[in-house]
Design a protein around this ligand. Structure first.
Ligand SMILES: [Zn+2]
Length: 154
């Protein structure tokens, strides 16, 4: 079964549709969903706190496993790299909205930077500069202290 999904997912709060082309197949162990998911997310930059667009463009390949079948006759289940598995646990429906939401949320980077050359907000700069100056001052401080004690020993 092929699914063409072009709807907004409210929880993503990006106000544009998620574009997905999925093929859903019944397998020996449950259901497999394969396809392509695209959307743009609105993220907040960790440095400048500005909102920016983050393009999500991801290939999915996820197996939904019917637990009873796997734990019964088929004890071994081979996974290929990048494959995701979720147990159906007796469910007979897969929520495509939720599936897409989870897929997209996983794509959000741990460090959100709007642009590699982002200078950050004034507050961010201040913290960065203060830290930098402090480190330099520490070096000068110990340097001059050493000189001073050298003079004293003369
Ligand atoms: Zn930024």
């Amino acid at each position: 079964m092929n699914i063409i999904f072009q709807e907004k997912i409210q929880e993503l709060e990006n106000d544009i549709p998620v574009d997905a082309v999925l093929s859903v197949a019944i397998t020996g162990y449950g259901v497999n969903i394969k396809g392509h998911v695209k959307t743009d997310l609105k993220l907040i930059c960790d440095r400048c706190l500005g909102e920016y667009d983050y393009n999500v463009d991801v290939e999915v390949d996820e197996d939904f496993v019917n637990e009873s079948i796997v734990s019964g006759e088929q004890k071994e289940y081979e996974l290929t790299k990048g494959q995701f598995v979720e147990e159906l646990r007796g469910r007979d429906e897969i929520d495509i909205n939720d599936f897409l939401y989870q897929t997209i949320i996983l794509e959000i980077p741990p460090k959100k930077i709007c642009n590699d050359s982002c200078e950050g907000s004034e507050a961010y700069q201040k913290i960065k500069n203060e830290k930098y100056i402090d480190e330099r001052l520490e070096v000068f401080k110990s340097f001059s202290e050493n000189n001073y004690s050298d003079d004293e020993n003369k």
